[in-house]
Ligand binder design. Structure first.
Ligand code: ZN
Length: 139
């Protein structure tokens, strides 16, 4: 299978770990949350991270090591998502990862986009505070 060959090549030539190699191939080099092309330039490439769709702090090792739990993510989306858990209380982690991964990704995207709005508000406030300081600075 082509995907397996690509993963193998990333592991052997670039010493990628199985998880990030898989995430890069499955995600086609794009953040699975915001769609950012992480191969576009060196800066984007450097911001590529491995996200665990179901946070590894909360679930056992078998969940952390389930390849369906590995998501290529830009650092911005990864930090916005944090340890947010997309799973509902009555859902089985492995069953959802293996059969409903796309639904879990959609839930994560929704959460991240709400977080981004908070970040945008903070960013605008920071600009207002700092630019105001520069504008009113005496000569
Ligand atoms: Zn992203």
């Amino acid at each position: 299978m082509e995907e397996e060959l690509l993963i193998k090549e990333l592991k052997t030539k670039l010493k990628f770990h199985e998880s990030i190699a898989t995430a890069f191939v499955v995600g086609n080099g794009r953040c699975e949350y915001c769609g950012q092309d992480l191969l576009r330039d060196r800066q984007e490439y450097a911001s590529a991270t491995l996200d665990h769709l179901l946070p590894k702090e909360k679930y056992d090792k078998s969940i952390a090591e389930n390849p369906n739990n590995w998501v290529l993510s830009c650092s911005c989306c990864n930090s916005a998502k944090g340890r947010y858990d997309v799973l509902k209380t009555n859902e089985d982690a492995n069953e959802m990862l293996n059969n409903n991964r796309d639904d879990l990704i959609v839930r994560a995207r929704k959460y991240i986009s709400e977080k981004m709005l908070e970040y945008d508000r903070e960013w605008i406030s920071a600009i207002e505070i700092l630019l105001n300081r520069w504008w009113t600075k005496p000569e």
